[in-house]
Design a protein around this ligand. Structure first.
Ligand code: B12
Ligand code: SF4
Length: 492
């Protein structure tokens, strides 16, 4: 049996980082971890080939070779997935689909032969058994959640790591919180399910022995869902692992209560984390109450961000506008917060209601859901009727994005951040590619770019004030270029 695993192309989005990837000659930011994990669950006697359309082309030869196609992806890849499925069907290939996109909206894909939905650890075995006896069903679903202690090491040999800017590793799934707009708990549950340190170290060893020294993304919904286990088991194991290693800087996603725990912050930095994505959403208490983001309430969010930055973790963050409690002054407060916090990569999105969330159910009852989510939370679209009216929201959204990503304000934020940032422990070694990226950014941003004055000012400022952070300053300047290009595309 020849199985072709296909990962659809991402459109150009804030998260695709494609305009930044050009500088380091990489094709994609992250590998398709879901498909690589599924590949590892397929029987050894199956032949496997993986085509990630973000880095490679899907050829007629690939399709002719295959007996069946496994397609995965998330909502933002919807259109690309539809095209792939149509192409597979034209060549008579059976299509098996799974992953978040198909789990959330199976009815949108009539041409798919078999849906293997939810967590493949639970649904794939039944599909394979039925396939063996020649009677596979149309849909496989799971009622509970799997035990990650049995999840295999992804089949990394199926991709060429050097085409990616970062590798991915998943330690846990699920989140103890319950934000109204988020479908993480519907997809992965409330209880944090974890791999053991032995599993995580085995995955890290896989990267290291393959020669990987770049960054590694712990793709957890909320890395600090079980703090006790982190402090007593995983982080000590990571600190030990790192002792004789170079590079492999980690980054992840966590909730703001990370700021309350100096011991956890210290352990994470010592384990080699240098960055964390946090859902801040809004500086307004009423909006936080409305969306049940209770963990962000009754605290000084600005000070919390600074605490995390001081410890040696860069904070990137998500912000949302369009809550029922938001008023016109919310836009100004969001801008002020983002600028003061020194959160350089601030992903601001309009409130959307993905299916499976409590927000979707509430707004549907109020007849305020109109259409599907685009799947890209930063494209200036929404599938809800906002209380303040769509034109007002859109205008406010444009004003925020125009402000925070203008070269002047963006570079000012970079300096605010670098001035606060504690020095991280782990570093990515400087290689030829990064030197080339530096030279190219001097040309692209420092000579040809509109931001040329800001760029050179930042470099000189950093060399005087924080010389060790110069590579980071250049990286952030390159990210700024990407963010501005995306703003020009979506938010003219
Ligand atoms: C890493 C990640 C990213 C990375 C993407 C990296 C990449 N190239 O894949 C980045 C940071 C870029 C990203 C961005 C976004 N993401 Co994201 N992201 C994740 C995250 C945290 C981990 C994904 C992962 O690698 N998981 C590990 C693997 C092992 O799990 P998995 O992919 O789910 O695969 C399992 C099953 O789904 C299944 N499976 C997967 N594929 C297939 C295929 C077949 C054929 C079969 C049978 C089974 C199967 O088997 C696997 C083992 O159980 C998930 C949440 C999560 N816990 O998964 C969200 C998630 C995928 N993201 C989501 C969203 C909404 C976004 C954003 C819009 C931003 C946001 N609000 O979070 C953007 C959109 C992207 C864009 N370009 O605009 C949603 C998707 C919802 C949906 N219905 O599609 C998720 C589920 C989080 C959520 N809010 O619920 N994301
Ligand atoms: S803390 Fe983050 S992952 Fe958890 S429910 Fe809220 S938005 Fe979702």
């Amino acid at each position: 049996m020849n199985v072709l695993l296909i990962y659809p192309k991402f459109p150009d989005t804030f998260w695709s980082f494609n305009y930044a990837l050009n500088f380091i000659h990489k094709k994609a930011a992250n590998p398709p971890l879901g498909l690589l994990t599924v590949a590892a669950m397929l029987p050894d006697e199956f032949q496997k080939r993986l085509v990630d359309m973000n880095v490679d082309c899907l050829t007629d030869d690939d399709l002719a070779w295959a007996d069946m196609a496994f397609v995965g992806g998330m909502a933002v890849q919807r259109d690309a997935a539809k095209q792939i499925i149509a192409r597979c069907k034209q060549t008579g290939l059976k299509v098996i689909a799974g992953g978040p996109l198909f789990t959330s909206e199976p009815n949108a894909f009539e041409e798919v032969d078999h849906f293997v939905l939810d967590e493949a650890e639970l649904t794939l075995p039944s599909f394979l058994e039925d396939l063996k006896i020649g009677r596979p069903k149309k849909v496989y679903r799971a009622s509970g959640f799997c035990d990650l202690r049995h999840t295999p090491i992804p089949s990394w040999h199926l991709i060429r790591m050097k085409k990616y800017a970062s590798m991915s590793l998943q330690f846990s799934r699920g989140c103890p919180f319950n934000c109204e707009f988020c479908n993480v708990t519907a997809l992965f549950g409330h209880r944090t399910r974890m791999k053991t340190p032995v599993q995580v170290i085995a995955e890290l060893d896989c990267f290291y022995t393959a020669g990987w020294r770049g960054s590694i993304f712990f793709v957890d919904d909320n890395f600090i869902g079980n703090k006790h286990y982190l402090k007593t088991s995983l982080l000590p194991a990571l600190i030990e692992w790192r002792k004789d290693k170079k590079g492999c800087v980690f980054y992840t996603e966590a909730s703001i209560n990370l700021a309350d725990d100096p011991e956890l912050l210290d352990l994470m930095v010592r384990a080699g984390f240098d960055s964390v994505f946090i859902g801040i959403e809004s500086p307004d208490e009423d909006s936080l109450t409305e969306c049940r983001k209770n963990q962000n309430k009754n605290r000084d969010l600005l000070q919390n961000v600074k605490t995390i930055q001081h410890s040696g973790l860069q904070v990137t963050a998500g912000f949302i506008i369009g809550f029922d409690s938001d008023t016109l002054s919310t836009f100004r407060r969001q801008i002020e917060f983002i600028q003061k916090s020194g959160i350089v990569s601030a992903m601001v999105g309009m409130l959307n209601a993905p299916p499976g969330t409590r927000l979707f159910d509430r707004l549907q009852r109020e007849n305020r859901v109109v259409g599907k989510v685009s799947g890209d939370n930063v494209d200036g679209t929404t599938n809800i009727i906002p209380k303040m009216g769509l034109p007002g929201l859109l205008e406010g959204y444009r004003s925020i994005m125009g402000h925070i990503y203008s070269p002047r304000n963006y570079y000012r934020r970079v300096r605010t951040f670098l001035a606060e940032f504690g020095t991280p422990r782990a570093r990515t070694p400087l290689d030829f590619q990064r030197v080339l990226a530096f030279l190219y950014s001097n040309l692209r941003l420092g000579i040809l770019g509109k931001e040329r004055f800001q760029y050179w000012y930042l470099l000189v400022w950093t060399m005087i004030r924080r010389p060790r952070l110069l590579p980071l300053a250049v990286t952030l300047a390159i990210y700024g270029h990407h963010f501005r290009r995306i703003c020009d595309l979506y938010i003219p």
